[in-house]
Write a protein that binds this ligand. Structure first.
Ligand SMILES: Nc1ncnc2c1ncn2[C@@H]1O[C@H](COP(=O)(O)OP(=O)(O)OP(=O)(O)O)[C@@H](O)[C@H]1O
Length: 712
């Protein structure tokens, strides 16, 4: 076979066209006709463009949808005809029910079956009265129609006779106008009649199709292809269909009887999901739906973490939020303040992304926090992020107590006014002292506020900015706080001060933040869980821990951190009180401080630089840092000194004198604490005249024994 060289020249044709564009045709000469290769070039370019348009995604999509619609057209047509037939049938049934007083007859029948003579008689009388009223109404309509038709006929006949006898030219103007109106109406009726009956038929057909529509929840008018946005698409029909298959008897009966759910908020996009509010029918509460959350999630094609049915403003109102598929599995990303920025704690500290995908930044003043969850789920990180945010506000004063051996807050040390960490009693004592100081500070702030012009009710940014007033935001954070509240010596005092702070500190710019692994009623006092304003629950084991952190009744209302999975949902918490919403599902920002990665220290370095820029130093309300770090009290020496010259003193008196001598240290002490301390030094109290006494000589001997031992 021989090859044909001109076919091989096709690429060259494009070069030819480029040159052709710039060719100048001399005047007087005609434009040369396109030669065969040029014609092919133009055709090739045009064809390429058409192909590009045809292949563009929007056109491909439109074509596929159009193709689908065309293929489904016969099915759609049959479906609509079926609706029409069924609609006419439903009208017939309705007409029959109306005409035969079927509802009232059913009442009468029910009364007869129930043996209720009075009800039966009432129903029968109502049927008779109803029938009489209908006939009376029909008579009125017929009478009015006949009278109207007669009057119209007489007027028309008179007008026709008048025209025949006299002719319009001799008639007065007003009569001619009457004839003109008659003619216009006549022409209008003659011309419009074919349209009137056609449009009436169309309207009747549409109404019959509407009447006969498929009323099962989730049904659509025409058959639909699978949606490519099915990962995010949730509409009222889908929700109704999912609710119809929860196995809630009153809801099923309502939907089966043709009832339609009322959407007080129709399904609409809300961040990374869909929100809807539904008024449930009689006999159904939102709790019932919350209890079947897993089934609801399955019916909606979501995981249960992505499906949040909660009780709305009433028990019969369901608030439903459904996340787009997979959106909650990603982390929150970097903390927005990781590399730059300052904070105003009155505006808020960013802590994470809500289920809607928006940054949650709760203000810190006027709030108290309780953070809890199983071990290793991200409590400490959230507490640290809150404190880091506060550290970037140069007016903030921060106190941190860690009731365990954990270096989680070590990098924050330069920015902290008080910091103690460890398992020994001195840390618990320091924490109680801090709580007590905050209570005194609260009183002082109350007085200062009262002296300000206009007696402002609470600390504001403007007042906090005046260093002379000392009304700056003050935050006390206690990690593993259950250790403090369960401490045999300091627990009771800690509870008392903490409750006082939580109840009254709100107005004075004092914020308490508590984190715990163990939010049970024994580890966290009830008064605290009851009064805390912001609760954050990471994965918890049961509804007791859930309600301990988030408030009682939250589990029942569908706000459940029990749905969070250990490890998989690490860093995600259910939070209440941090925004106006009933709850938030927060994916917290993570600022690493582990395994050699330390992004906390650079933030603190920035915070210190901001303080320098703002000409502020790390202040300590209620004392200096030195005072706080003083070595713990020497119990033995204190006891010896308060015994004084007396040879023996009653233990009750010793306890009272110790409390007077150093209230912070000894006020929480009971007789049992005193006995335990004495026993640890080998001293025993004796009974004398029926009361327990302590001998001064025994204490002196214990002191010299201890001194000797320390010299050795
Ligand atoms: N928001 C987050 N994003 C990603 N990982 C996180 C997040 N928060 C915490 N983590 C991971 O979880 C680990 C445990 O975090 P963290 O120490 O804050 O938990 P915890 O609940 O305080 O634990 P524990 O109860 O033992 O003190 C961290 O080392 C980190 O790897």
């Amino acid at each position: 076979m021989t090859r044909r060289p001109e076919r091989e020249m096709v690429p060259m044709v494009f070069d030819g066209e480029m040159i052709d564009d710039e060719t100048v045709v001399p005047q007087g000469q005609s434009v040369p006709r396109l030669t065969f290769p040029r014609w092919r070039a133009v055709a090739g370019v045009a064809g390429g463009r058409v192909r590009a348009v045809v292949r563009c995604p929007a056109v491909v999509h439109a074509r596929s949808v159009a193709g689908y619609r065309v293929r489904q057209a016969p099915r759609d047509a049959v479906r609509l005809v079926w609706f029409l037939v069924r609609g006419v049938g439903r009208w017939g049934a309705k007409g029959w029910r109306w005409g035969s007083h079927a509802d009232l007859r059913a009442d009468a029948r029910a009364a007869r079956l129930a043996g209720d003579v009075q009800a039966r008689r009432t129903a029968q009388e109502t049927i008779r009265a109803d029938a009489r009223a209908r006939w009376a109404k029909a008579g009125t309509v017929v009478r009015r129609t006949v009278v109207g038709a007669a009057v119209t006929t007489v007027v028309l006949v008179l007008l026709a006779l008048g025209e025949m006898v006299a002719g319009r030219e001799v008639m007065p103007g007003w009569l001619r106008a009457v004839y003109a109106v008659r003619d216009a109406i006549g022409h209008g009726v003659a011309g419009g009649w074919p349209w009137v009956w056609r449009s009436t038929v169309c309207a009747l057909v549409c109404a019959a199709v509407w009447e006969g529509r498929d009323r099962t929840p989730g049904a659509s008018w025409i058959t639909r292809p699978d949606r490519d946005d099915d990962g995010s698409w949730v509409d009222e029909r889908m929700i109704s269909k999912a609710l119809a298959h929860l196995g809630i008897a009153p809801l099923n009966a309502f939907l089966r009887g043709g009832g339609e759910l009322v959407y007080t908020v129709p399904a609409r996009r809300d961040g990374d999901g869909t929100h809807a509010r539904i008024r449930l029918p009689l006999g159904v509460t939102a709790d019932m739906v919350c209890d079947r959350r897993r089934v609801l999630a399955a019916n909606l094609g979501r995981s249960s973490l992505e499906t949040w049915p909660t009780t709305g403003e009433e028990d019969g109102v369901l608030d439903l939020w459904v996340a787009d598929k997979g959106t909650l599995s990603g982390g929150a990303g970097d903390w927005p303040l990781l590399h730059e920025g300052t904070v105003d704690v009155f505006d808020g500290v960013p802590v994470g992304l809500s289920q809607r995908g928006v940054v949650v930044a709760p203000p810190l003043p006027e709030s108290n926090w309780l953070i809890g969850g199983r071990p290793g789920q991200g409590k400490t990180n959230l507490l640290r992020v809150l404190l880091l945010g506060a550290a970037l506000d140069p007016t903030c004063e921060l106190w941190v107590f860690v009731m365990g051996e954990s270096p989680d807050f070590e990098p924050l040390r330069p920015r902290l006014s008080r910091y103690r960490m460890g398992l020994d009693d001195t840390v618990a004592a320091g924490a109680v002292r801090a709580l007590e100081d905050l209570c005194s500070e609260m009183e002082r702030r109350g007085r200062i506020l009262g002296e300000q012009p206009g007696r402002p009710p609470k600390v504001s940014r403007r007042l906090a900015d005046k260093p002379a007033l000392g009304l700056h935001p003050l935050i006390l954070a206690v990690d593993e706080c259950h250790e403090l509240f369960q401490h045999p010596t300091y627990g009771r005092k800690a509870e008392e001060f903490a409750v006082r702070l939580i109840k009254r500190g709100r107005k004075y710019g004092i914020t308490l933040m508590l984190a715990t692994q163990s939010p049970t009623k024994d580890s966290i006092p009830k008064e605290i869980t009851r009064n805390i304003s912001c609760g954050a629950a990471f994965a918890v084991a049961d509804h007791i821990a859930n309600d301990g952190l988030l408030g009682s009744g939250k589990y029942r209302a569908g706000i459940r951190a029990t749905e969070l999975r250990m490890r998989t949902d690490r860093g995600t918490c259910v939070a209440v009180g941090i925004t106006d919403a009933t709850f938030e599902l927060v994916r917290t920002f993570y600022v690493p401080f582990e395994d050699g990665a330390d992004l906390v220290s650079p933030v603190i370095a920035r915070a210190m630089a901001h303080m320098t820029d703002a000409k502020r130093t790390v202040v300590t309300t209620g004392g200096t840092r030195k005072e706080i770090d003083t070595t713990p009290a020497d119990h033995l020496k204190d006891i010896y000194s308060i015994i004084g010259e007396e040879p023996r003193v009653r233990t009750q008196v010793i306890l009272a004198r110790l409390a007077a001598h150093n209230p912070r240290e000894y006020e929480p002490w009971s007789l049992r604490d005193l006995r335990a301390t004495l026993r640890s030094y080998g001293i025993r109290a004796y009974k004398s005249d029926g009361t327990m006494v302590l001998r001064a000589a025994d204490v002196a001997e214990a002191i010299s024994r201890r001194d000797l031992a320390s010299d050795d």
